[in-house]
Design a protein around this ligand. Structure first.
Ligand code: FAD
Length: 374
């Protein structure tokens, strides 16, 4: 949607093919930071995103006994959050971009690309509802498990790097866990698994689960999978697990990265997670997807007569941002789901230090949370 919005702003005409039949409300909470924030500003949506953001005043870390071990708040939280970072629900980003776009772009909801034929000067795409679309360029902006990547670049197994964990997120009624304060997030981290909870608008909560595992999926349902992975966990976890079945917008996937040696092939190009998913551990995927959308649109608009040069320019700008983020995520899986007791203790110690304003800046740099700008 970021790419499409910028293309419209630059006088080009995007056609958006979205698999979901409707906009996807909800999802999970994410941080949109420096280059993503820059892109939002240049597209004129930073203010609307800012109005939709969440500003937790306290981040509580809970122990296995259900009691608060320590909390980040005040000045150190402001430093860690940073000035150019917005905490948003993924669904709010999608909705805000869509509102800007809907009168100018052509949308096909509930559709996916069935076949893609490339010619020297364009592509012919047939959707699974038999609609045929001809265009100058096909962009795979369809996430980690990109269908367009499979059609134009090869099977998913060639490009996915599994990081040894799975993630789930879902939305439930706030009344299920009334103890979570209005502007508070809270998390419980144990060896091999973690759960986070945050209050969101509309009297709801968003719950987040991550756990270490092999690649095989053992159970038929997300509920069974989570009940197995979080067996014996205390705090509010049993209540949350009882709500998975009736929850809104359950998200469940592997924690993985996409590693694609070249992002374009003829008249097909990959963007966002399809090209270079960094994983939630990096906390930068949406940032890079939005920044990438702007850079790609500008490159195409600036060099309309030289598509290969425009695609090369896009990749040359974005790849140096994605590769360090991927390396950082591979190192830091243990910050989310520690692999042993020592790692858990070291993580907690590091977070306690980050709670001291003087050390918060150092912690932010360590987490690679600032630096590049567009
Ligand atoms: C729990 C969690 C926390 C995260 N936290 C952060 C964070 O703090 N900061 C951050 O920057 N990033 C974060 N991320 C990563 C971020 O969400 C992704 O990197 C980002 O959403 C990628 O955007 P995208 O548009 O490339 O892909 P997606 O957001 O995955 O969107 C892909 C779109 O393509 C559609 N689609 C899929 N298949 C098809 C098909 N066959 N045909 C048509 N359409 C299709 C989907 O419905 C979807 O609308 C987090 C991710 C998770 C799971």
């Amino acid at each position: 949607m970021s790419l499409a919005l910028r293309l419209c702003q630059r006088g080009l005409k995007p056609v958006i093919i979205e698999h979901s039949p409707t906009l996807r409300d909800g999802g999970y909470m994410l941080g949109l930071s420096d280059p993503g924030y820059d892109a939002a500003e240049r597209m004129g949506v930073a203010e609307a995103l800012g109005a939709a953001q969440y500003m937790p005043r306290r981040i509580a870390h809970i122990g296995a006994d259900g009691r608060t071990k320590f909390a980040l708040q005040g000045r150190s939280l402001d430093i860690l959050a940073g000035e150019r970072q917005l905490n948003l629900m993924r669904g709010d980003i999608e909705r805000i971009l869509y509102e800007r776009l809907r009168d100018d772009a052509e949308f096909h909801f509930g559709a996916s690309v069935a076949t893609l034929d490339q010619a020297a000067d364009g592509v012919r795409v047939r959707l699974d509802d038999a609609t045929v679309i001809e265009a100058d360029l096909a962009v795979g902006a369809d996430g980690l498990h990109s269908n367009l990547r499979a059609l134009a670049f090869g099977p998913e197994e060639r490009f996915i790097r599994f990081l040894g964990a799975r993630v789930a997120a879902f939305i439930l009624d706030r009344s299920a866990v009334p103890a979570i304060g209005e502007d508070e997030t809270a998390s419980l981290t144990e060896v091999g698994r973690a759960i986070g909870l945050a209050a969101i608008r509309g009297g709801r909560l968003v719950a987040f689960f991550i756990y270490r595992t092999g690649r095989e999926r053992r159970f038929e349902t997300v509920e069974a999978e989570l009940k197995h992975a979080f067996a014996g966990a205390g705090w509010h976890v049993p209540t949350l697990l009882d709500h998975v079945r009736v929850a809104d917008s359950v998200y469940f996937d592997e924690v993985a990265q996409a590693v694609v040696p070249r992002w374009s092939y003829g008249r097909a190009v990959l963007l966002g997670d399809a090209a270079a998913a960094v994983s939630l551990i990096a906390g930068k995927g949406a940032t890079l997807a939005m920044a990438g959308g702007l850079v790609l649109a500008d490159a195409l608009a600036d060099q309309p007569a030289d598509m290969p040069a425009a695609l090369a320019r896009f990749e040359a700008k974005l790849r140096p941002m994605t590769e360090p983020a991927q390396a950082m995520a591979r190192r830091n899986v243990g910050l989310f789901a520690p692999s042993n007791r020592l790692q858990l203790v070291a993580r907690d110690f590091g977070l306690r230090l980050a709670g001291l304003p003087l050390l918060a800046r150092l912690a932010k740099r360590f987490l690679n949370r600032e630096g590049e700008r567009l």
